[in-house]
Write a protein that binds this ligand. Structure first.
Ligand code: GRF
Length: 223
């Protein structure tokens, strides 16, 4: 499965994908794109010898034109799955239609709570005791697509966004590669009876090369 990654910033999630799924499980990361010319994520991709491109808005008439150019660039590279790893722009319907049910995102909250920007700050301001991470399919809303994997963490005393992020990052770094591996194995599908619900096939989810290993994220066990 050819995978493209979109990232706007640091790219720690991209790095984990490069380190743990690239060239394994039949997965090839073929392209990394950004809306920012100088995203650290692009440097990480270059270091891993993955093709990169940036699509800053000022080069295009509007967002739709930018998305069109980006979709074209990704399709030319054969991308079958698009992973948003800290990509801070919304994608329009036209882009999503080019990759139907093949765009996923990692979000630092337990959706549907705290969608959009500054999710961790939103959660802290609300005063929650349980934080978490969601990997979901992307639709044309803001973090509203069907949930693939989620994991919660109790942080009853958290006060600062930085300390929450420090605890959430390792969870993101497990769930996002896990979702990519599951999709590559054909173990993830949307329930035709309830298109909000994502089914994970536990049998297909076992790596034939390592049959003792069971995926760990919650969200397993839907079948
Ligand atoms: C992550 O916290 C992710 O949940 C959010 O953006 C951040 C990206 O971090 N969507 P990094 O650039 O992968 O380090």
């Amino acid at each position: 499965m050819k995978v493209a990654v979109l990232a706007s910033g640091e790219g720690s999630n991209l790095q984990v994908l490069l380190d743990t799924v690239q060239g394994r499980h039949g997965i090839e990361i073929v392209a990394v794109a950004s809306d920012k010319r100088s995203a650290r994520a692009l440097e990480r991709a270059v270091a891993a010898e993955v093709e990169v491109a940036s699509f800053p808005l000022d080069l295009f008439d509007d967002r739709a034109a930018r998305d069109r150019a980006m979709a074209e660039w990704l399709l030319e590279r054969g991308a079958e799955l698009v992973v948003l790893a800290g990509y801070m722009q919304l994608l329009g319907r036209e882009f999503l239609a080019a990759f139907p049910e093949r765009v996923i995102n990692v979000h630092p909250a337990l959706l549907p709570a705290f969608p959009g920007l500054n999710a961790i700050q939103q959660a802290l301001s609300y005063g929650v005791k349980v934080f978490g991470v969601t990997v979901h399919f992307v639709d044309d809303g803001v973090d509203t697509g069907p949930v693939i994997l989620q994991r919660a963490i109790d942080l009853p005393d958290a006060r600062e966004p930085e300390e929450v992020l420090e605890r959430l990052h390792p969870i993101e770094h497990e769930l996002l590669p896990e979702a990519v591996r599951l999709i590559a194995r054909g173990a993830v599908r949307v329930d035709p009876e309830n298109r909000r619900r994502v089914l994970i096939d536990r049998d297909a989810a076992v790596d034939p090369a390592d049959p003792g290993a069971r995926p760990t994220a919650s969200g397993m066990g839907d079948r």
